[in-house]
Design a protein around this ligand. Structure first.
Ligand code: BES
Ligand code: MN
Ligand code: ZN
Length: 497
């Protein structure tokens, strides 16, 4: 569908369009649902039996032109067992419901009711967010419609709830989050000829509208700071590098901020150590970490989170050119540590090294979490369902693991150890930028660890989850916006107020 218009209304029988209701795995429905369905309830169990519908989570039963209801279709969606449904489950249900909305547009109603009573305001907000994220599409560059394609229209979706004003209030902050995810997805989907470092910086600067303080460091400023690692990566590109620092001050004045750092390689050719051609187009998404940080800062500001937060992104393009950095080059990072370049395709860690050091020394954060599409090795290890978590802090680890379970953006802890750290020692400099074929995601993380001092820090390797990841109930796009919901949840649970 072209567009989703979302609103909340009271429980009532709709007079047209499509009706979506929920039932559990014993085919039980809530009282409000029962009232809306009227006589149709009597035929439900027969229809379910005919279609082998058991109400298991995500299963769907369609009843076209149900008698006694003024709707064109009734869709029953299974919830499975309803005890212990979490935020991520309501998102999925909202996604499943939105998946049943007509492409051509029209009216639809989803009844936010379960066998044990109406959904809470927060559950309703998650349901709505799921619907919003499910209908996300990136079609900015499509100018033609194929002959056999159904015309797309906008859907007017009413979510019927126990108390519309509280649902609307709860939705306002959930909508901020959904918009943050959408913003991240849009940035990741944009091609690199459009979204190069300066343009990315301009997009990030739009957060000023939400009262985020945005500072942009240009090449001159970075040279003055001595960011020799980041600048080396970008020096072969016709596009200048940038660092953008976004600050949201919603917490106590002077309280140390939480900090998020993103890898923003707008395109990664590999540089002189050039990548193979097959699949290289996906490297337009090598800035997904940075996109997530921008999306998260949007969410925090738009929902007026009671926290001081810093978001910092290193924006470069990694190109082969007469001016490119080369294997064998020795770089001086802002921290003073020197790095021998073994492979110019191991560029993300060089970018992050300088941004991590900058944020750590300038903002003295409570913790730093970086997000980066850092290694192919993490995909070999974990596939696409978990991001790799590397951290020097057990509390941050358990909080991130729990946030992952709650939001469905799951992380899996990977090791750090002195024996791995040794693998990146260099004969000619303080370290080298790769550590050999084995444990590639770990040695990448060990390099980052050398730039965070004693600050609690976590590194999320999102190469497997950020892009080209499996599609699910709340994402049908190439880019998932992975991490925005995870980190918003972490902040809300532990660092606000
Ligand atoms: N951006 C890539 C990692 C990547 C690959 C992300 C595929 C998503 C999909 C990163 O800059 C990279 O090239 N890493 C190299 C490191 C190696 C040269 C040590 C890799 O993983 O092969
Ligand atoms: Mn690379
Ligand atoms: Zn890269």
């Amino acid at each position: 569908m072209a567009d989703l218009k979302l609103g909340f209304g009271p429980f009532r029988a709709p007079s047209e369009g499509i009706l979506v209701v929920f039932c559990d795995d014993s085919l039980n429905i809530g009282a409000a649902t029962r009232k809306i369905l009227g006589k149709v309830v009597d035929s439900l169990s027969k229809a379910a039996a005919a279609e082998h519908f058991t109400g298991k989570s995500g299963a769907v039963l369609d009843i076209v032109l149900p008698a006694d209801l003024n709707v064109s279709r009734l869709t029953v969606i299974g919830t499975g067992k309803t005890n212990g449904l979490k935020s991520k489950d309501f998102l999925k249900l909202g996604g499943a419901a939105a998946g049943k909305l007509p492409r051509a547009g029209g009216d639809a109603m989803v009844v936010a009711d379960l066998p044990d009573g109406p959904m809470s305001a927060d559950a309703v907000a998650d349901l709505a967010a799921g619907a919003k994220l499910r209908t996300y599409k990136f079609e900015r560059y499509k100018t033609k419609q194929k002959d056999d394609e159904e015309k797309q229209g906008s859907v007017d979706l009413t979510i019927a709830v126990a108390h519309p004003p509280t649902a609307t209030r709860s939705w306002r902050s959930r909508e901020a989050l959904a918009d943050g995810v959408t913003l991240a997805r849009d940035l990741i989907n944009e091609p690199a000829n459009v979204l190069y470092p300066e343009e990315f910086a301009r997009r990030a600067a739009r957060l000023r509208k939400l009262d985020v303080v945005v500072d942009v460091l240009d090449v001159r400023a970075m040279k003055r700071l001595g960011m020799g690692a980041l600048l080396a990566v970008g020096q072969g590109s016709m596009h200048e590098s940038r660092v953008v620092v976004m600050r949201w001050n919603g917490g106590k004045r002077g309280a140390p901020p939480v900090a998020f750092i993103g890898k923003g390689v707008c395109f990664d050719t590999g540089g002189v150590s050039i990548k193979q051609a097959s699949g290289m187009e996906d490297m337009k998404g090598d800035m997904a970490g940075a996109a997530c940080v921008v999306g998260l800062m949007h969410a925090l500001a738009a929902r007026h989170a009671k926290v001081n937060a810093v978001g910092a992104i290193g924006l470069v393009e990694n190109m082969p050119d007469g001016n490119s950095y080369r294997p064998g080059d020795i770089l001086k990072s802002m921290s003073g540590q020197t790095i021998e370049v073994i492979n110019t395709d191991a560029e993300g860690r060089l970018v992050l090294a300088d941004v991590l050091h900058y944020v750590n020394t300038k903002h003295k954060p409570k913790f730093m979490i970086d997000l980066a599409t850092l290694t192919g090795a993490i995909m070999v290890a974990l596939g696409h369902e978990h991001a790799g978590l590397f951290t020097n802090n057990d509390e941050l680890s358990s909080r991130l693991l729990a946030a992952g379970e709650a939001t469905g953006e799951r992380v899996w802890r990977m090791p750090l150890a002195p024996e791995y750290d040794k693998l990146i020692d260099s004969k000619v400099a303080d370290m080298k930028n790769t550590g050999g074929r084995h444990g590639g995601a770990i040695t990448a993380a060990q390099l980052l660890a050398r730039f965070v001092g004693k600050t609690p820090w976590a590194h999320l390797d999102i190469a497997g989850t950020a892009m080209a990841s499996p599609q699910n109930e709340i994402n049908k796009s190439w880019s998932s916006g992975w991490g925005v919901r995870l980190l918003d949840h972490l902040v809300a649970e532990h660092y606000e107020g």
